[in-house]
Design a protein around this ligand. Structure first.
Ligand code: NI
Length: 249
């Protein structure tokens, strides 16, 4: 069930029996020659909706712009500074906590968000630790999970793509968007077939090292059929993980 498709009374009724919520979080950034700029936000959202249906969980609106400063030399990419994203995540969690949500599950589609979202969780916990008044309040727990790290997705992407999976603009994430949005599939030649690997620093350094935006990947291998298998695997794994998160002490 989508939070933004509920009335406030429906949310209130739900909260009486279930204080968990899933928040998709991604990024709006270049994804190589055939990947959509919205790939990381779209993948997180699609998987979160699937988990929401499978686990009868509430799903919040997607945080679609993440920490992606290193992609800014490619047109269309957007970023929040780490300090801004920390504030966004903190205010999001605290808005929900104010109503009584106690289990906030961020379903992530972008590696560049991990450090910043983890720092935001530390800010949230620091606030309750520092506020002695809240010591009898229900415990607030946050978890961050990357859909692309789920065991089924790891296994499938190894089987499907081997060393052409790479680490950015991967065939797995492109395949997932092809499954979810078949009307937006692009066919583009890759040269070289597998992109180089290496470190990334700021935006200009990234574009100099990886001129078409890919890192270590060949996303021309993506297909909507593979995307469906990846989607199904991610939903099964993350539904189990979300249920465990709700049940954990
Ligand atoms: Ni991505």
């Amino acid at each position: 069930m989508l939070l933004h498709h509920c009335t406030w009374r429906e949310v209130e009724e739900r909260l009486a029996r279930d204080t968990g919520i899933i928040i998709p979080i991604g990024s709006t950034e270049q994804h190589g020659p055939n990947g959509l700029v919205g790939t990381d936000a779209l993948c997180a959202e699609v998987v979160a909706k699937g988990v929401g249906e499978a686990a009868d969980a509430l799903v919040a609106p997607t945080i679609s712009v993440g920490m992606a400063q290193h992609h800014l030399a490619f047109t269309g990419s957007m970023t929040l500074r780490p300090s801004t994203l920390i504030a966004v995540v903190r205010d999001t969690v605290q808005s929900l906590a104010r109503h009584g949500f106690t289990r906030i599950y961020f379903l992530n589609g972008h590696g560049g968000n991990i450090a910043t979202v983890s720092a935001a969780f530390s800010e949230v916990y620091a606030e309750s630790s520092l506020d002695g008044e809240r010591r009898n309040a229900p415990s607030l727990r946050c978890r961050l999970k990357n859909w692309y790290d789920s065991p089924a997705v790891r296994r499938l992407s190894r089987e499907l793509y081997g060393n052409a999976e790479g680490s950015h603009a991967t065939p797995s994430e492109v395949a997932l968007t092809q499954y979810a949005f078949p009307e937006s599939i692009k066919s583009v030649e890759m040269s070289p077939a597998i992109a180089p690997n290496g470190p990334i620093l700021d935006a200009l350094d990234y574009r100099r090292r990886f001129p078409d935006g890919r890192i270590g990947s060949n996303p021309a291998l993506a297909s909507p059929e593979a995307g469906k298998r990846l989607y199904d695997g991610a939903v099964v794994d993350l539904t189990a993980d979300y249920r465990e998160f709700l049940a954990a002490d």
